[in-house]
Design a protein. Structure first.
Length: 95
């Protein structure tokens, strides 16, 4: 049986439109802030893998929301959010 690729959308005929995937990942990002589960690393990796679907406003919003969160979780979660924070900052400086 063949497996279908679900998450990464590279062409218009893929499972989801990029705009839908973008919105879903932004929502998952917000849900994951402060969580002490696998979700922070999962969504961070997914955002980085799908970086082409995000725009400058999204990168700024990720930065602001990470910086504005009082409790980012356990040390491993903080490290994960810092990874995304630095990635977002690099996207803005390397336009």
């Amino acid at each position: 049986m063949r497996r279908r690729k679900v998450f990464i959308c590279e062409a218009p005929n893929d499972y989801m439109k990029n705009s839908d995937l973008r919105l879903l990942m932004i929502t998952a990002f917000r849900y994951s802030l402060g969580r002490r589960t696998y979700m922070p690393s999962f969504i961070t990796d997914l955002i980085i893998k799908n970086k082409k679907i995000f725009n400058e406003k999204d990168w700024k919003e990720f930065i602001n929301e990470i910086n504005d969160t009082n409790d980012l979780g356990d040390p491993c979660d903080i490290q994960t959010w810092n990874k995304l924070l630095h990635f977002c900052q690099s996207k803005l400086t390397n336009k």
